[in-house]
Design a binder for this molecule. Structure first.
Ligand code: ZN
Ligand code: ZN
Length: 366
């Protein structure tokens, strides 16, 4: 059985368990997970409709040939520009017992409204109620893609480190462009997200993208980037000094973050609550007196979305299970001075975990 047929079958089982009558997905990660179809959301109604016993695409006519070859969903209903696509939605609803209809968390309100008007439902809920639990554990196909994305990302990082003093005088934007082209040359298929190049004081803003600041000697630079491979993203961070002496206090802060990251990774094993990984990393930073400068959670799950469950955050009691993949990325941010973050992706295994990113974590080049 095809991997997507199997996933749809599991969603149908989960629907029954959740007292759901139907699940509706639009272009995005859930639709891709269930059918393999990669499509950007747009103004044309494009839906996957799944009930306990059927699955159907309602899509624009121009997609007919493409989808017929691409997906295990055999029931394709199409509408032409100029038609009212909600007729097809009502057609699906006509065979449905009224029940709970679960709508894709990411479906545009434009279409979500149509679903609420045209499908018979006793109640509406979110598709993540049944899909999140399937997506949270990665199968071998997904793990292979994530490993390859990490390998390509690491290779580009090694090359960027290798530039050393050549980086001095480049702007953050120029270095981001360099990162992007090296990721592509190494076999990446599109950025996971816009690269973060946070030099000097810009590094103190965790989600600073990249700007016109010139990287100078002694500047710590936060490098957070990744590429996708077969839809699955890499995501790693290193903080390096390309040339010259780092500012006062930087070495100590880097040591603390590195130790916190190690403690977080060491805490990963099946049965441990996700929140305990956050605690392990945070304890190191708090004990060193920098607790208030660690302003975000320790990590996030990674799959078809760069940020997805499980979230490595205080209060998350969800127990870790083999096959879960997430980041461990503590940081310390000193406003007006610099920031330090170190991030690796890990896979939970039967015994503990496997790090997907393996480049040096030192701030020194070479
Ligand atoms: Zn990252
Ligand atoms: Zn991350």
């Amino acid at each position: 059985m095809d991997v997507h047929e199997r996933r749809i079958g599991r969603v149908q089982d989960a629907l029954v368990e959740a007292d759901g009558s139907a699940l509706v997905a639009g272009p995005g990660p859930t639709l891709r997970y269930l059918t393999g179809v990669e499509e950007e959301p747009s103004e044309r109604l494009f839906l996957l409709l799944v009930s306990e016993s059927t699955e159907r695409f309602v899509v624009p006519e121009m997609y007919r040939a493409q989808l017929a070859g691409e997906t295990p969903v055999a029931d394709l209903r199409t509408w032409a520009d100029g038609d009212d696509p909600t007729d097809l939605l009502r057609g699906f609803g006509a065979d449905l017992e009224p029940g709970r209809v679960l709508i894709d968390d990411r479906l545009w309100e434009l279409f979500s409204r149509d679903v609420r008007i045209h499908l018979p439902a006793t109640e509406f809920g979110l598709a993540s109620e049944v899909v999140a639990d399937l997506r949270i554990r990665k199968d071998e196909t997904e793990l292979a893609a994530l490993r390859e994305a990490a390998r390509i990302t690491d290779r580009a990082l090694d090359e960027i480190r290798g530039l050393g003093a050549e980086v001095i005088g480049m702007t953050e934007r120029e270095l981001a462009a360099e990162i992007e082209s090296r990721l592509a040359a190494a076999g990446g298929d599109g950025l996971s997200f816009e690269p973060i190049v946070g030099s000097g004081p810009n590094g103190a803003h965790p989600h600073h993208r990249h700007g016109d600041r010139e990287i100078g000697p002694g500047d710590p630079v936060v490098l957070d980037f990744g590429t996708r491979f077969e839809g699955y993203p890499g995501d790693q961070t290193r903080t390096v000094v390309f040339d010259g002496e780092p500012p006062e206090g930087f070495e100590e802060v880097h040591d603390v973050v590195r130790e916190a990251q190690r403690a977080g990774v060491d805490a990963v094993e099946p049965g441990v609550p996700a929140g305990a990984v956050d605690r392990a990393a945070r304890d190191v930073i708090e004990d060193a007196g920098f607790g208030e400068a660690f302003t975000h959670r320790t990590g996030h799950g990674v799959g078809l979305e760069v940020h997805e469950p499980p979230y490595v955050v205080a209060g998350n009691d969800r127990e870790l299970e083999p096959g879960m993949v997430f980041s461990v990325e503590p940081g310390i941010y000193l406003e007006g001075r610099f920031g330090v973050r170190i991030e690796d992706l890990v896979v939970v295994t039967e015994e503990g975990c496997e790090r997907l990113n393996t480049t040096p974590r030192d701030w020194r080049i070479g």
